[in-house]
Design a binder for this molecule. Sequence first.
Ligand SMILES: C[S@@+](CC[C@H](N)C(=O)[O-])C[C@H]1O[C@@H](n2cnc3c(N)ncnc32)[C@H](O)[C@@H]1O
Length: 295
Amino acid sequence: METSLASISRNHAHYKRCYDIFEQKSGKIELYNKWASEEFPNIIQNIFDNKTRISCGRSLGIGSGTGSFEAALLKQLQLYFPSIHHIVVEPSETYVSHYKLHSILDDVQYDWQLKTMQQFKHDRDVSCNGRKFDFISAVNSLYYADDLNETLRYLVDQLTPKGCLMIFIRSEKGAGYRIIVNFPELHPAFEGSYLISSQTIVDMLTGMGLKHKVYHLPTSVDFSSAMNESDAEGNALLDLYTGIVDFRQTAPPSLVESVLEFLNKEERPDEEDLNMHVQSHLVLMEWDIIFIEKQ
Ligand SMILES: C[S@@+](CC[C@H](N)C(=O)[O-])C[C@H]1O[C@@H](n2cnc3c(N)ncnc32)[C@H](O)[C@@H]1O
């Protein structure tokens, strides 16, 4: 189907601007870091406790972004591996520069791979570099996989015995997924696996006979700015959540209106905000975290 709508995932600079605004407005960084220090340690304890503590751990980040969350994860892994060799696979130069400036840890040896996961796999296949990983994370990046089934198989295959793959992905419950799935008019603009939810991944893993555990990370995001057409931050949120560059300006007005109506119905008032009479428009966002342990 022909579309005049442009996918946000093809425009790295615009995507980064919208994602930065989303991170500020949603408290996502604090939420993720809290999860990394409070929940992640309990989960990996069961996985890595029996691993030898003398070896150098090997880890791989797929779509690492600015590395702030990756650093929080690596800090916990350091309790099990005195030194870590960590490969960063990230195609955005801006993100990698930020990572190098702000998210570097001692006793971690970084290997910068300024490329997509597709290029990374290709280059590894060509060089026959078969060294496997104790930990692989793909945090909100599998939307960019070309063939999700094959990507999952590949990542699991790259794990050492008892190694673990951790995937963060939007859940079916959150507005992020509900918007795009409810508006098929957006779909022709999408490429890769942009339309997936955690359920897509769970179904594939089940089909492959791979055991996995799923954890949930819900939060509320204030979308009131998206209701105001002259609010630049609100428009950036709309772009991120529809997956379309300049959604308000480029989508047919009837589609913009329907998406806003949909968001209005998604509202989930927070008790605290009601008590404070704050003018906010809170919408549920939820990520699922899927752990796959190599048997
Ligand atoms: C939603 S951001 C997540 C960043 C980081 N993991 C986090 O949670 O803060 C998605 C990341 O995937 C990267 N990305 C986009 N296409 C990719 C691809 N084909 N392979 C690997 N990473 C990709 C983007 O540059 C971006 O850093």
